[in-house]
Write a protein that binds this ligand. Structure first.
Ligand SMILES: Cc1cc2nc3c(=O)[nH]c(=O)nc-3n(C[C@H](O)[C@H](O)[C@H](O)COP(=O)(O)OP(=O)(O)OC[C@H]3O[C@@H](n4cnc5c(N)ncnc54)[C@H](O)[C@@H]3O)c2cc1C
Ligand code: SF4
Length: 310
């Protein structure tokens, strides 16, 4: 159906992001294709688990195995928006959720009065007028955690099924932020961890009860005798895609997760984050807080009790 109907149709899963945006005329479509048929099961293994795309965020956040072995993912799912929205919002929808910007997440009338921008109806970026691109911010809570936990996503479209790393789902472009084909449906997410992996997600937002992140850090660390063998550090809400900090990951390898190493890694991780003035609170402050959320996430991991596998 999506391939036949083209850009005037959109998929809808829980509708928690899509419906408010339809009301604000951020999307104008003729048809919605319901994804109620998506499966809603979590298939758990000790070092791998498959979460079908129809699973709600509430379900994922309560799952015992996810909480024990993929802790950061369960934490991220449990921190999305508010309880009613987590009961309806799906993990597939959270991977595909639209990018955000203060000039775009407004009513049609507001945007018309202020002047439209290139993400919808206009031809310049109001945040960076000399830039040819859109800088809207990737704000999914679970996407960075899925990347940190080696996530693979399954896509099904008119051309069949394929699996690709979650990181390959995204583009560094606030407007055309997804790299998948428009007719492809996310049907599942496979998370993988090496034994002795611990993970955590730390989110900063204005109101703890509902808001999107203004900075978030997803970390997964594989430890051997308390020494870091491997680690992934992925940031949210600081770029148009989930931003991985390779510099900090390399820095931590071979080190113990002690306070001074954590502090330095957090400093390195915050360097590539360049938030613009298009989200909640001052972008200078948000930039400074990136170091803090990374430090908190790494400290949480170092304080976690060894899991079932050591
Ligand atoms: C007040 C409020 C606060 C929010 N706070 C947060 C927050 O803190 N963190 C956060 O991450 N999100 C937040 N959201 C956004 C939203 O609730 C979540 O991202 C939710 O997970 C979206 O899932 P959904 O199933 O409702 O997606 P939908 O709204 O149904 O769809 C979202 C987008 O994904 C596409 N889509 C959905 N499922 C699929 C699929 N399986 N395959 C392909 N495309 C698909 C849709 O076409 C649409 O473009 C908030 C929303 C509101 C209204
Ligand atoms: S970053 Fe610029 S183009 Fe993108 S939504 Fe905001 S104002 Fe519009």
């Amino acid at each position: 159906m999506a391939a036949d109907l083209g850009p005037r149709a959109m998929f809808v899963a829980g509708g928690t992001d899509l419906f408010p945006k339809l009301k604000r005329r951020q999307f104008e479509v003729d048809s919605l294709i319901g994804l109620d048929f998506l499966q809603r099961e979590i298939r758990n293994g000790s070092n791998e688990c498959v979460i079908q795309a129809g699973v709600t965020l509430a379900h994922a956040s309560r799952d015992t195995n996810l909480n024990t072995r993929f802790t950061g993912y369960a934490e991220a799912a449990g921190l999305v928006s508010s309880p009613p929205l987590r009961n309806a919002g799906t993990i597939g929808g959270n991977l595909c959720v639209d990018t955000r910007c203060n000039y775009y997440d407004m009513t049609y009338e507001w945007r018309k009065a202020a002047g439209f921008c290139l993400k919808k109806d206009g031809d310049i970026c109001l945040v960076a007028p000399s830039s040819p691109r859109c800088w809207a911010v990737s704000s999914s809570d679970t996407a960075p955690m899925a990347i940190a936990l080696g996530g693979l996503v399954t896509l099904v479209g008119a051309d069949g099924e394929r699996e690709l790393p979650v990181t390959a789902l995204y583009r560094d472009d606030g407007d055309r932020y997804m790299a998948k084909h428009a007719d492809e449906v996310v049907t599942g997410l496979r998370l993988r961890r090496a034994p002795n992996t611990r993970s955590a997600y730390v989110k900063l937002r204005r109101r703890g009860s509902i808001d999107f992140p203004i900075a978030g850090a997803a970390v997964a660390v594989e430890l051997e005798d308390e020494v870091v063998e491997n680690c992934r550090i992925v940031l949210t809400a600081v770029a148009s895609y989930p931003l991985e900090s390779k510099g900090a990951e390399d820095f931590l390898k071979g080190k113990r997760l002690q306070a001074d190493a954590i502090r330095e890694a957090a400093e390195i991780a915050s360097k590539p984050a360049k938030p613009l003035d298009n989200a909640d609170l001052s972008h200078f402050w948000r930039k400074r807080m990136v170091r803090v959320v990374v430090e908190q996430a790494l400290t949480r991991v170092s304080d976690q009790q060894p899991g079932l596998d050591g």
